[in-house]
Design a protein around this ligand. Structure first.
Ligand code: GLC
Length: 466
């Protein structure tokens, strides 16, 4: 046991554990469900497979949606009018206009290292670029299809440049790749096989030209999944044996959104915070603004909102892939850069409560999220209750408590739970992180719900709870 009073003093913490309560608790646990909890492996968190470890440790990545449509300020692919009844897009931009935008696409201010440095400064550990979105435009120098970045006035392999910059900045690299192609006249017709040959040819290119690709992000559109999945997966794994793949290649309808077949590593709640799940990996993808591609004068989330979302996602044992859509000139909008820098400043001080943690041992609410690592629990307090924050007790003893950024707090463990209070002057405006030290490893404790005592306030744009 590491309950050394002088240690706690040294941490400038007022921590009180009445002996009686503590021993009652011990006796209580001997005869109560606490013990059952420890011997119930069925709902204990799954141990992360080695191949996925870098990604679950990373917790935070940047999604980048880009393409010629950015010139219009409208949504990527979805703003294109429909040319194939089997595809769901019914956008306002006529096909002849949309499909010719590339002729004017010249992101002359694009500098791959600017993008990667924004991601790195925000504390993101990986980036995922839309190498091919549903509109069929390719952001790399393709020999399979001429509808690509080399046919624009820009005429540079943006994908290749980004790969080089990401590696230089120590970021892991992922490709978003749409198996759907709403422009290809053969797609989802009786000539689908011809389309498939092209699609797999493109996939082969983008997975073999740029060195090690760490992650592949397939999309789905609610239509029939006619992608020759067995061969497509085989191709991907042959080219990139270590690659992490999301579950969307197999999806057709929204009902099976969380399905994971044996080739898929994780599922992808979209524009919402996923529910707590420590059995199967997941990643919330969410826009910083309200659109995936750049939108002029868009409403964007504040740094506090992003930090709260990240804490709640991590507290639910998931990852957050936060989207930015760079502008037509190739720069990430300064307003977005500013928000991401503020998030980065918070991450610099509080990153240990996010990176390499698992969600729990309490399930997140809108106001509280918890993360854990070995014998440590990080309590992220996003909204303060009127009174003391009380967390339901767990089958481990608190032997120390401190604020991650220093400062005074009061914490005690009683029969009704773990009580925490922090003077308003000591709180972080976005997320106050309390570090609890426990007397044992808490990684296998099944996650507990927190009763709804914390008052709800309005959520960020696009953020809903499950
Ligand atoms: C949705 C959108 C698509 C976007 C994706 C990212 O599927 O339709 O445009 O790329 O989400 O999650």
């Amino acid at each position: 046991m590491i309950c050394l009073p002088h240690m706690i003093d040294a941490m400038n913490v007022h921590l009180r554990f009445p002996l009686l309560v503590t021993s009652c608790l011990f006796v209580f646990c001997l005869f109560s469900p606490c013990r059952e909890v420890e011997t119930a492996p069925a709902d204990t968190p799954r141990i992360t497979p080695e191949r996925l470890r870098w990604w679950t440790d990373a917790r935070f990545g940047m999604f980048i949606h880009y393409g010629p449509v950015t010139l219009t300020g409208e949504e990527l692919s979805w703003s294109r009018a429909n040319s194939n009844p089997q595809c769901p897009n019914k956008g306002p931009i006529p096909v002849e206009v949309y499909d010719n935008l590339y002729k004017k696409f010249n992101p002359a201010d694009f500098k791959a290292s600017d993008w990667t440095s924004v991601a790195k400064t925000a504390g993101m550990k990986y980036i995922v670029l839309t190498t091919k979105h549903c509109d069929g435009f390719l952001l790399w120098d393709s020999k399979v299809d001429g509808y690509n970045i080399m046919a624009t006035p820009f005429s540079r392999d943006l994908t290749g440049e980004l790969a080089v910059a990401a590696r230089k900045d120590g970021l892991r690299l992922g490709w978003y790749f749409s198996p759907m192609d709403w422009r290809d006249p053969d797609f989802r017709t009786e000539r689908n096989a011809a389309y498939l040959t092209r699609m797999q040819g493109e996939l082969r290119e983008v997975l073999s030209r740029y060195g090690k690709i760490d992650l592949l992000w397939f999309d789905y559109d609610g239509g029939k999944a006619v992608y020759d999945q067995a061969q497509t997966y085989a191709l991907v794994k042959k080219l990139q044996p270590e690659i992490i793949i999301n579950n969307r290649l197999d999806l057709s309808t929204q009902e099976n959104e969380a399905m994971l077949n044996s080739n898929a590593d994780y599922y992808t709640p979209e524009q919402r915070i996923g529910a707590y799940d420590d059995q199967r990996s997941w990643e919330t993808c969410m826009t910083l603004g309200t659109q995936w591609a750049w939108k002029p004068k868009d409403t964007i989330k504040s740094a506090s909102e992003v930090i709260g979302i990240l804490a709640r996602v991590t507290g639910g044992d998931g990852n957050l892939l936060l989207d930015v859509g760079p502008m037509p000139d190739g720069r990430i909008e300064p307003r977005q850069v500013d928000i991401l820098q503020q998030v980065g400043s918070w991450m610099k001080l509080n990153g240990e409560s996010i990176y390499g943690t698992r969600g729990g041992p309490w399930k997140p609410t809108t106001g509280i999220a918890t993360t854990r690592k070995g014998r440590t629990v990080y309590v992220h307090i996003l909204k303060w209750p009127d009174t003391v924050l009380t967390l339901p007790d767990i089958s481990a003893k608190v032997v120390g408590a401190k604020l991650l950024n220093g400062g005074v707090l009061q914490a005690r463990q009683t029969q009704s739970g773990i009580e925490i209070s922090v003077d308003p002057s000591q709180r972080d405006g976005s997320d106050t992180v309390v570090v609890l030290s426990l007397d044992r490893d808490v990684m296998q404790i099944p996650a507990l719900p927190i009763p709804p005592t914390v008052k709800k306030t309005s959520a960020a744009v696009n953020v809903t709870d499950q």
